[in-house]
Design a protein around this ligand. Structure first.
Ligand SMILES: NC(=O)c1ccc[n+]([C@@H]2O[C@H](COP(=O)([O-])OP(=O)(O)OC[C@H]3O[C@@H](n4cnc5c(N)ncnc54)[C@H](OP(=O)(O)O)[C@@H]3O)[C@@H](O)[C@H]2O)c1
Length: 268
């Protein structure tokens, strides 16, 4: 089964719940509300953690998913080392160590990404070769790459089958258009992270949202889903209302009028 068939097209990221002290019970209830409504995959990482609680984000996702059918995608090779600092290391030693740590949290790893291919000093071949060996050893099921370029993807794909890519991409900015195109050509799932973090305005979609009585955020997510069959979004909503609203993007009807509004909003 492909990761998209397993995960659906709206993932829920827990980064926004992981870096600072928050109401953990409320966050668990929020994530559970999403899972009850159809969220099939949670997105977390070794790096999503409070400075005083190692693995906070992974443990939060593991606890929320326990006893449900939701799976979790997590990431290694990037850790919080100070209040505002993170490292990046995709050496074999580090990735093996990170995978073992994540495995202890989750019991199984359905999708494991190299988090910061762009910042690590080591060549992508070293990190992806290590994940391929770990997949052979039965430690993880699928390999993902995050913050990656087309050139790095070509090099990585020469080493091992890549199941998923996760890059920043928004409806208005289309920041990773070339990587998305590569994923389409190679049948690889593309997860658009921070899909609402674009400073570009969307006046026509905003008018359409008002006319339909839905949020413009839902329509921006819907526009992304309509833009490619291999694309899923990773929503960072932190309240039950926004979690459910983002999830509803998947079933929001998409028609010519919306497509025209979206086209009219594209920067020239
Ligand atoms: N791979 C990477 O390097 C990387 C980097 C960054 C993020 N990520 C992943 O992407 C996830 C999302 O990133 P993000 O939080 O930066 O981006 P985001 O989903 O684009 O933005 C989150 C913000 O949008 C608001 N929002 C979400 N859905 C909404 C809706 N339907 N209506 C109104 N407001 C809505 C949220 O508000 P509320 O908080 O009020 O709900 C929050 O302020 C992260 O949790 C993480 O899993 C990955």
């Amino acid at each position: 089964m492909t990761i998209t068939e397993l995960a659906g097209r709206v993932a829920l990221g827990v980064a926004g719940m992981s870096f600072e002290p928050r109401d953990r019970a409320a966050d668990l209830a929020t994530i559970r509300a999403g899972i009850d409504a159809g969220t099939a995959i949670l997105d977390t990482a070794r790096a999503y953690t409070r400075i005083d609680v190692p693995s906070y984000g992974e443990e939060l996702a593991a606890e929320a998913a326990r006893g449900t059918s939701a799976i979790v995608g997590t990431k290694g090779g990037h850790s919080r080392i100070g209040p505002t600092t993170w490292d990046a290391d995709i050496s074999e030693r580090r990735i093996r160590s990170d995978v073992e740590t994540s495995l202890r949290v989750f019991g199984r790893l359905d999708l494991y990404y190299l988090h910061r291919v762009d910042l690590a000093e080591q060549p992508v071949e070293e990190g992806v070769g290590t994940l391929a060996a770990l997949r052979e050893e039965g430690k993880l099921a699928r390999i993902g790459l995050s913050n990656v370029s087309v050139v790095e993807l070509e090099r990585a794909a020469a080493v091992a089958r890549i199941d998923a890519v996760q890059n920043h991409h928004t409806a208005m900015g289309r920041e990773s258009a070339d990587v998305l195109e590569w994923c389409e050509a190679n049948g690889v799932a593309f997860f658009a992270y921070s899909p609402l973090r674009s400073s570009a305005p969307a006046p026509h979609l905003a008018d359409a949202a008002k006319a339909r009585g839905v949020s413009v955020q839902r329509l921006q997510l819907r526009a992304l889903l309509a833009s490619s069959p291999v694309l899923s979004v990773v929503s960072g909503a932190t309240r039950p209302e926004t979690v459910l609203d983002s999830l509803a993007a998947e079933s929001e009807p998409w028609d010519e009028a919306l497509a025209a509004a979206y086209t009219a909003d594209q920067p020239t």
